[in-house]
Design a binder for this molecule. Structure first.
Ligand code: ATP
Length: 433
């Protein structure tokens, strides 16, 4: 994992009252945060401001004062409440003029859709005076491959093949404001096709990160075990939780990949020393991929007998290419009759211990392994929500014997509890291959 890095600071300002009211989910902020982080920019803030010129003016200038890049989305449309272009250019003292080329491109946009262009759309042809209009991406890339000091104190207009509002970039005194349309269907392609190229001259280093994936330990326990390392700046170490797992991301900034790796190596070693037993991989996509790989190398096969997870384990495994050589089959036995009929769980167990008992999980795993004929079988049974005591049992059966693990769920959350049962079963298997 490695990306280029810019030491420039960056903030995102999304404009739109509908975002403030919660009518529209701010997916632009998420998209831009990820893209900017991938490009190596240091994102300092995100904010939302309604369609109010005074507040936008103030918030924009505050952001402009403290950051090198301010990226805005929304408010570039044709109606009176679309205020971004006028407000930002007003704040920067930039005059707007109508671009005949843009007006023509806009008329063509409507014409090929057999629509008449509403008069109000004319506003969208207003661009900063002397802005460079780039209607072809190849030409654009070439222009922007120049050094950033050459493109300082300029304005650029990004084409919008999916709508009528063009994007605008303004560079002034070493800073840059980028105005992008609100609709994600317009903003995202514009970012990928034009803005990325535009940002390239600001990127001048490398950012490397490694992701340490753990299981069997909660996020806070993991963070506690490495608490002193979390204060580091370069490399930085950040804990987070994802799909029921606790992860650590180690990130270093340096001039070259090699230098970044040298910074990371001792910290990664220390993390491995402290969390070794819980780490299932570094820079791996997920636990199921690692598990299938281990089983493949060991020449072993697997089947599942699932109740609470409803085939979720089998789904995750079959999402990985090449799973068919290892996962021979899966039985989803949800009701007692199926546990008995398909897996051979005894009537006595079901009556005396119940369907979510340890004994039932054991018999499910044993029954599946016998029926499907694999080296390993994992089973799950439990109550994911409702009024019962929320709990599950997962079992693993192999030539070496049968093991069972009990889980007590802390929350009444069906989805999260099912995921915990899946992960516990997969982790039990991982520790025993
Ligand atoms: P238009 O030309 O369509 O008016 P615009 O640049 O003026 O574009 P807005 O009017 O602010 O954009 O927003 C148009 C639509 O785009 C919104 O109704 C919403 O559906 C979507 N949108 C705007 N901002 C965001 C955002 N931050 N995240 C997700 N969707 C957004």
């Amino acid at each position: 994992m490695g990306e280029c890095v810019s030491l420039a600071s960056c903030e995102i300002l999304c404009v739109g009252t509908e975002l403030l009211l919660g009518d529209t989910l701010n997916t632009n902020a998420r998209f831009l945060s990820r893209e900017l982080a991938d490009a190596g920019f240091t994102l300092h803030r995100q904010a939302v401001v309604g369609d109010n010129p005074e507040r936008l003016h103030r918030d924009f200038l505050t952001a402009w004062e403290r950051s090198d890049f301010v990226i805005l989305t929304g408010g570039l449309g044709p109606t009176a409440d679309d205020i971004t272009r006028e407000t930002v250019c007003g704040a920067l003292g930039i005059e707007l003029v109508e671009s005949p080329e843009l007006l023509e491109a806009m008329q063509t946009f409507f014409c090929i859709r057999s629509l008449e262009m509403p008069k109000s759309n004319r506003r969208q042809a207003m661009v900063p005076v002397n802005a460079e209009l780039i209607m072809q991406n190849s030409e654009f890339s070439e222009r922007l491959s120049q050094k950033r000091d050459v493109i300082n104190n300029s304005a650029f207009v990004f084409p919008n093949p999916h709508g009528t509002a063009p994007g605008i970039a303004i560079t002034q005194n070493g800073k840059c404001a980028i105005l992008l349309p609100g609709p994600p269907s317009e903003m995202e392609p514009m970012f990928r096709q034009s803005v990325r190229n535009f940002l390239a001259p600001w990127i001048d280093g490398i950012l490397i990160s490694h992701e340490v994936r753990t299981m069997g330990i909660g996020e806070s326990a993991m963070a506690e075990a490495v608490a002193d390392l979390l204060d580091g700046q370069n490399p930085s170490v950040a804990p987070y939780a994802k799909s029921g797992e606790a992860l650590l991301r180690i990130t270093a900034k340096a001039k070259t990949r090699e230098e970044a790796e040298v910074l990371i190596a001792p910290v990664l070693e220390e993390i491995k020393r402290r969390l070794g037993g819980f780490i299932y991989g570094v820079d791996v996509p997920n636990v199921e991929t690692v598990l299938l790989d281990k089983l493949c190398k060991a020449g072993k096969t697997l089947c599942t007998a699932e109740s609470i997870t409803g085939g979720g384990i089998a789904k995750r495994l079959t999402d990985c290419p090449g799973a068919s050589k290892i996962l021979l089959g899966s039985i989803v036995a949800y009701c007692n009759e199926m546990k008995q009929g398909l897996l051979g769980v005894s009537a006595k167990t079901l009556q005396e211990n119940g369907a979510v008992s340890e004994q039932c999980a054991i018999e499910m795993a044993q029954g599946a392994r016998k029926k499907i004929g694999t080296d390993f079988a994992i089973s799950t049974t439990g109550y994911a929500d409702g009024n019962e005591q929320l709990r599950a049992n997962v079992a693993l059966d192999s030539e070496a014997g049968t093991q069972v693990q009990h889980i007590t769920f802390a929350r009444n959350n069906r989805k999260a509890n099912k995921l915990t049962a899946e992960n516990t079963a997969l982790w039990l298997l991982m520790q025993n291959i």
